[in-house]
Ligand binder design. Structure first.
Ligand code: FPP
Length: 270
């Protein structure tokens, strides 16, 4: 389903707080940049169909675009960049398509040496963290190697949401927090919930991007995106490059100050 009413590229919703999430001047030097940008990469299939190509070609180009946008995010000075690579709902697609998408995850992990040279830290959130993943062993191994190789890097935090669902993440957090509560009396509050998410160091999302015109969260970072302004562009993901990331950041700079309800900063927890 598509909604292309976001003509001209973007529409706003939600309450953002650009200044609060700013991580300093970007590489372009034109203003502050959001500390954490998260993207829902949508429209690969439609991109391919619009060109008379098989859907898999859209995914293939989508992986190339992701690598380019990670480099662009790094150049802009963004500190955290999170991409929705594979959702818990994506398993319901035809097996051939699922296998193809998973093979593209191998491609992105195969880029780990380049990312390592660029001081990028690769992280993953999703079922692999909980140890309940249904992903092929080889891809899990590549994921683990990528995380391990880059774990001391201090540049961009590139997080792949892989076999990820936000509701499952909240159940995971609740279960582990309850255990800690029963074991050692851990207080149950917003801060402690944040501490038990898949990636406790991840700060709140400052700018949430979705391509292809859809205006849905689709079970992505529900906790972390509580006050993030939502940039929806009609551009299909394979065509979303450096220029449109910069346009999204420009848009974010102009978003009116919200009420600051961005959720607890989990990174602030000792
Ligand atoms: C949406 O396209 C995207 C996905 C199903 C997620 C997979 C993303 C990629 C393969 C991009 C590269 C990323 C990685 C991590 C390798 P869609 O098929 O839903 O498009 P449609 O809505 O036009 O059918």
């Amino acid at each position: 389903m598509s909604d292309d009413t976001a003509a001209g590229g973007a529409r706003a919703s939600g309450m953002g707080s650009p200044a609060a999430g700013a991580s300093g001047m970007g590489a372009s030097g034109t203003g502050p940049v959001p500390a954490h940008v998260a993207v829902i990469m949508d429209g690969n299939g439609r991109w391919a169909e619009s060109k008379g190509l098989p859907r898999t070609e859209g995914h293939r180009q989508g992986e190339v675009t992701l690598a380019e946008v990670v480099r662009a995010a790094d150049d802009l000075g963004i500190r955290w960049f999170t991409a929705y690579g594979f959702s818990t709902e994506n398993w319901s697609r035809p097996k051939l398509e699922v296998d193809f998408i998973l093979s593209l995850h191998k491609n992105i992990f195969d880029r780990r040496l380049e990312m390592h040279r660029n001081n990028v830290r690769i992280r993953c959130i999703g079922r692999p963290v909980a140890g309940t993943s249904r992903l092929p062993r080889q891809i899990l191994r590549e994921m683990e190697e990528s995380v391990e190789l880059t774990k001391a890097n201090t540049g961009l935090n590139f997080t792949l949401a892989f076999d990820y669902g936000s509701r499952e993440e909240l159940v995971y957090a609740a279960r582990n927090l309850l255990e800690a509560h029963l074991r050692e009396g851990t207080v149950i509050d917003e801060r402690s919930v944040a501490q038990f998410l898949y990636e406790p160091a991840m700060p709140p999302v400052d700018l949430l991007v979705r391509t292809s015109g859809e205006q849905r969260l689709s079970n992505f970072l529900l906790w972390q995106s509580v006050g993030a302004p939502f940039y929806v562009t009609s551009t299909y993901w394979p065509d979303f490059g450096r220029a449109e990331l910069e346009a999204a950041v420009d848009w974010w700079r102009a978003v009116p100050q919200g009420d600051g309800a961005r959720g607890p900063a989990s990174s602030a927890i000792a």
